[in-house]
Design a protein around this ligand. Structure first.
Ligand SMILES: Nc1ncnc2c1ncn2[C@@H]1O[C@H](COP(=O)(O)OP(=O)(O)OP(=O)(O)O)[C@@H](O)[C@H]1O
Ligand code: SF4
Ligand SMILES: [Mg+2]
Length: 338
């Protein structure tokens, strides 16, 4: 078996906050193969961005990785020195930040921001980097790239800024792109265009993609595997087709049932069944399963101990962290046959 490109083992990241220590990433284990797209899904506050920042070692100053390993091609990112880390960041692994607007520098042209990694990582001359910046804008399908390269961020629409961020991410031909909610701020049409662009680039460049989204509806078309995160922990993980057809965790089922049918939600439901409540505050988690207070099938063992990810019976790659795994599947008729 070939080694995964990225393998996260038992990762726990904590942040010191005014209300106490929180663990936005708690004992997370995940792997990503070369050429694969993994979607990381969960509601706001579930820890998706903190997981991405942990991988890139870009945590806020109050944050730190408490335990675990992040193996990139077999080497632990957490043990790398500054120089090695700099080489990997941007060149081998690129992050598209969640906030397109604030990720771009307002006082520098798009061209000079695109040229910077080309010069530092690839040692290109100023002129070559500028020419390549224009090519990159073309690659992400920005029209009139020759003149757009002289624009500032404020002269561009939201969709265009998002394309620029993608161009910056692919500039040094990375092997993995982490796209943190690349479409959240965009309308449905632009969202579809950006995802199509990411799919195309992935095919052309045989990239691996970690696609972070709160929208389970985007997963089917855009990912090979899906990992669902809740209150800092993974609660379900497996191949997309399998998880969508046989979701095993009540949270994943709730996310499905909250989706309109037109967006791929559970068919045959006349009304949406909204997922009630919100992700609990990480400083005051309930005992046992963090989803307990929202869970429609909560039962006796659920508030005793935190359930761990276990393989679903007869499955080699589908894991859930729920005490009622099998019973829930039957009771809630989760099978989403589409
Ligand atoms: N700089 C910070 N200081 C303190 N707490 C933080 C900080 N950044 C994030 N958190 C907390 O960490 C938890 C996880 O946040 P994170 O941003 O990873 O969530 P997310 O899943 O990316 O949500 P969203 O979909 O809104 O982007 C939240 O409870 C959040 O309040
Ligand atoms: S472990 Fe219990 S509370 Fe948690 S999701 Fe499963 S059934 Fe619900
Ligand atoms: Mg986020």
């Amino acid at each position: 078996m070939t080694e995964p490109l990225l393998e996260i083992q038992g990762l726990t990241t904590s942040i010191e906050t005014d209300t106490g220590l929180i663990r936005p990433v708690h004992d997370v284990s995940l792997s990503l193969d070369a050429g694969e797209t993994l979607a990381l899904v969960g509601e706001s506050g579930s820890g998706k961005s903190m997981l991405a920042f942990s991988i890139m070692r870009l945590l806020p100053s109050a944050g730190r990785v408490e335990s675990g390993r992040i193996l990139w091609k077999g080497r632990d990112i957490l043990t790398l020195g500054r120089e090695e880390l700099r080489r990997i960041r941007g060149k081998e692994i690129a992050l598209i930040f969640q906030e397109a607007g604030s990720a771009l520098n307002p006082v520098r042209t798009i061209g000079s921001q695109l040229a910077e990694p080309l010069r530092t990582h690839l040692g290109m001359t100023r002129k070559d980097a500028r020419d390549r910046a224009v090519e990159l804008l073309r690659e992400v399908k920005i029209g009139d790239a020759e003149s757009r390269v002289r624009d500032y961020a404020h002269q561009m629409s939201g969709g265009m800024k998002q394309r620029v961020l993608i161009a910056m991410a692919i500039a040094c031909d990375p092997e993995l792109v982490i796209a943190d909610e690349p479409t959240t701020a965009l309308d449905a049409t632009l969202q579809a265009h950006i995802l199509e662009l990411l799919r195309e680039l992935k095919e052309e460049r045989s990239l691996s993609l970690l696609l972070i989204t709160h929208d389970l509806g985007l997963v089917k078309e855009n990912a090979d595997r899906v990992a669902v995160m809740y209150a800092g922990r993974l609660v379900e993980e497996g191949p997309v087709e399998r998880v969508l057809a046989h979701a095993g965790h009540p949270y994943t089922i709730g996310l499905w049932q909250s989706l309109p049918k037109a967006r791929g939600g559970e068919p045959g439901k006349a009304k949406l069944k909204a997922l009630e409540g919100t992700v609990p505050h990480l400083a005051t988690l309930p005992p046992g399963c963090a989803f307990g207070p929202r869970c429609p099938v909560f039962f006796e063992p659920c508030d005793q101990e935190v359930p761990t990810l276990q393989l679903v019976e007869n499955e080699k790659r589908h894991r859930t962290a729920c005490y009622k795994n099998d019973a829930v599947r039957n009771a809630m008729k989760t099978s989403v046959t589409r």
